[in-house]
Design a protein around this ligand. Structure first.
Ligand code: ZN
Length: 336
């Protein structure tokens, strides 16, 4: 199975009431942990590369690692996606390099500029059968080079979505309904505090905005960014073994499950993988101060990535067991 674009994945996810996990990849252990989980669970998966990941690892390494994963799991539908492309040139580079899906994020620009740039990327991408994700609305938080201060975020305006999709021809749309980038998704002032645990309780997602977008775009795949849940057991692990992450908090998993059952076909998860990896390595260093072979601590870290991804696929996204039907639709409808 070669890399595929997201069309067959989203067709099945939309009808089946589940979402495809889009996990950010930065190094070999992360690629391996994610694809081992997806492979075992027969779950279609999107591996996504941000501008920051390209700068860190060099795009070529990441592309070849993803291709190695494709060889290793020949029965698994995998898409290679650019996360938060911020220019036509970056999207074009990735398309030319063999990415099967790109995001053009011009959401911080005025509406008409967003339309214009997205349309330009769509026209180029579709020539090469590459799918395009666009964004309307702005998320708060920090993700690599995307930074929006708390208070400057803006919910998607449902009255714009139909016009935007019609004018741009994009294949999926990321919307802002209260998710947020990074491990500090909300300020304490935005939250209440659980009196028992002291953990912040974030404001609920705006399902009314989502429902309104779905009504205006029936059948159209919606994407949620910034959808890590920041599991408190990993925050605790980080903090217990020398780290300092006070008040790190994420999106409750049951809200993401609810979104996945609706028109949300792609859910982006990055911070949870980082947390699992870092917590595990911190604990390993504490427990084995004499070890210095990177393989010793990266092996359990990779296992932690695999476990958290498996948990997401099964219990949050509901994408397990959907690989074969995705390949069938791809072969029948979209294979070129
Ligand atoms: Zn994002």
């Amino acid at each position: 199975m070669p890399l595929m674009n997201t069309k067959a994945m989203f067709d099945k996810a939309y009808d089946g009431g589940y979402a495809i996990g889009a996990f950010n990849v930065n190094n070999m252990e992360i690629v391996q942990g994610i694809t081992e989980a997806a492979g075992e669970l027969k779950a279609p998966v999107i591996l996504q590369v941000s501008k920051g990941a390209r700068a860190y690892a060099n795009s070529k390494y990441l592309i070849h690692m993803v291709k190695a994963a494709v060889e290793n799991f020949p029965e698994l539908p995998i898409a290679l996606h650019l996360d938060h492309g911020d220019s036509f040139e970056l999207c074009k580079n990735c398309i030319d390099d063999g990415f099967t899906s790109v995001m053009i994020d011009a959401s911080s620009k005025p509406y008409e500029e967003n339309v214009e740039l997205t349309k330009k990327v769509v026209e180029y991408a579709h020539k090469y059968d590459v799918t395009v994700e666009a964004e309307l609305g702005t998320l708060a938080g920090i993700e690599d080079e995307v930074q929006v201060e708390h208070g400057k975020e803006a919910y998607t305006r449902p009255e714009e979505v139909e016009d935007f999709v019609k004018k741009t021809g994009c294949d999926s749309l990321a919307i802002a309904i209260g998710t947020s980038h990074g491990a500090y998704k909300f300020t304490p002032a935005q939250c209440t505090r659980d009196p028992k645990t002291g953990v912040l309780v974030p404001p609920p997602l705006r399902f009314d905005v989502l429902e309104e977008c779905i009504k205006r775009l029936p059948g159209f795949p919606i994407v949620l960014h910034g959808s890590s849940s920041v599991p408190q057991e990993f925050v605790k692990m980080v903090n217990d073994y020398g780290g300092k992450m006070p008040d790190a908090v994420g999106i409750p998993e049951e809200q993401l499950r609810k979104a996945a059952k609706l028109a949300v076909c792609k859910i982006n998860i990055d911070s949870d993988i980082r947390l699992a990896l870092t917590g595990t390595i911190r604990k390993y260093f504490h427990d084995h101060p004499e070890h210095f072979d990177p393989r010793q601590y990266l092996k359990p870290a990779r296992q932690a990535v695999k476990e958290i991804v498996a948990h997401k696929i099964k219990n949050v996204l509901g994408a397990d067991g959907h690989a074969d039907e995705t390949i069938k639709v791809y072969n029948e409808k979209y294979k070129k």
